[in-house]
Design a protein around this ligand. Structure first.
Ligand SMILES: *Cc1c(COP(=O)(O)O)cnc(C)c1O
Length: 400
């Protein structure tokens, strides 16, 4: 414990205080488990916000990373490398997208999509210069850069950081009528999460996305789905859009695209939207580098080869049912899709953070969100037995 306290104190002194982590200092991870400085084992029920869907330190991704790191890591896009084209090919085969733009962080993918969609609006849709509008949803989370926090509705995320870029309209999430009303001839895109993750795993009403898709098609508006958290198996499908049988015009991936080894993100689109970008108009020093591409290729490969998406589809409902069966006066409701789960507590329970602290004491790491919600998102390699063990702990900690 002394080492943990020393590390925490040092972080407190030297680091910006933009996070409030639980009191645990991790040194090692393997599969669904992580280990602290004292060797104590925890079941990871956050998966680095779904960046570690494939499990911690997946040996095949590790191998791909080490092999590539010994050969070539960064060329910049001034030259070709032997990994980028294969990354494009494999992600296109998997998702059916026609064009790919490689970036690094999720926020960069979002920013890149906004740029491409605006340019598409001017050059293809014919919107008047600087008049393009993008519709977004209240309680969205798309990242932390200036452009993105400007259309956040979270006072913590945007407070004190203005002035912000114009060109965004905010509507309620899950309300297709609101989208219909908000669309104008200048609307170029609708940017939305399939399930709002940071907002507390908010699942929209059945049929919402089918209507959204229709409205976007009818009005020549690009549907931009931010699948950075919901994508790559988390909800029991490769992409969450598949639950409603729709296809976005632009899909954003990040997080698990590298299995947690390295920041890798991508914008996927039909050929029209990313087709507007010409040499010199957008870029990234690290985007599309051979190390990132080799890691992402392995991360995608293990996801499908090892049946992780099917596992999420099979065990997500089992985990949810188990959570629903917990007898507790603290629990208001549970919800989830695949292995993206949440437990809502009554306000009288005293806040989710307290329970996350006790869960940690009992060997489970989970994250509170929005005061009264515990988010549960283990790596997709979790087994039925591990879920049973976890449910026992959840039952004990949430009892009362
Ligand atoms: C995490 C996340 C982002 C931002 O990704 P970063 O890599 O942290 O920049 C964007 N959108 C969604 C839905 C996310 O969950």
């Amino acid at each position: 414990m002394a080492l943990t306290e020393d590390l925490i104190a040092l972080e407190q002194t030297l680091g910006a205080h933009n996070y409030k982590p639980l009191d645990v200092a991790l040194v090692r991870g393997e599969g669904v488990f992580v280990y602290d400085v004292d060797g104590k084992q925890y079941l990871d029920c956050l998966s680095a916000y779904s960046a570690v869907n494939q499990g911690h330190c997946h040996p095949k991704i590790l191998q791909a990373m080490v092999e590539q790191a010994k050969k070539l890591t960064l060329t910049s896009r001034a030259f070709h490398n032997d990994q980028l084209a294969l990354f494009y090919q494999e992600i296109a085969d998997l998702t059916g997208s026609h064009k790919v733009l490689p970036m690094n962080t999720g926020a960069e993918a979002v920013e890149s999509a906004i740029k491409a969609v605006r340019k598409w609006g001017y050059e293809v849709k014919g919107v008047e210069k600087d008049k393009a509008e993008i519709i977004v949803c209240a309680n969205n989370f798309h990242g932390r850069t200036m452009g993105i926090v400007g259309f956040s509705t979270d006072p913590d995320a945007r407070g004190g950081f203005g002035p912000f870029a114009p060109g965004f309209r905010i509507i309620p999430f899950g309300d297709a009528d609101a989208l219909e009303k908000a669309i104008t001839p200048n609307t170029v895109g609708f940017l939305v999460e399939p399930i709002q993750g940071e907002a507390g795993v908010i699942i929209p009403p059945e049929g919402y996305f089918r209507r959204v898709r229709q409205l976007c098609t009818d009005n020549n508006v690009t549907l931009i789905l931010d699948e950075i958290q919901t994508g790559l198996g988390r909800t029991g499908k490769l992409l969450a859009e598949q639950h409603e049988g729709i296809e976005a015009d632009v899909t954003l991936l990040g997080k698990a695209l590298s299995g947690g080894f390295y920041p890798v993100s991508a914008v996927l689109s039909n050929s029209e939207v990313l087709g507007v970008l010409q040499p010199g108009q957008h870029g990234s020093t690290f985007g599309g580098n051979p190390l990132a591409c080799a890691v992402a290729r392995a991360a995608l490969r293990v996801l499908t080869e090892e049946g992780m998406i099917e596992n999420a589809a099979a065990l997500g409902p089992y985990f949810l049912e188990g959570l629903a069966g917990i007898k507790s006066n603290h629990i208001r409701s549970v919800r989830g899709r695949g292995l993206m789960l949440a437990v809502d507590l009554h306000p009288e329970a005293g806040g989710a953070r307290k329970f996350c602290h006790t869960l940690k004491e009992h060997g489970i790491l989970a994250k509170d969100t929005h005061t009264d919600t515990i988010r549960i998102a283990p790596p997709l390699v979790i087994t039925k037995k591990q879920i049973d063990d976890a449910l026992e702990v959840f039952g004990k900690v949430l009892a009362g």
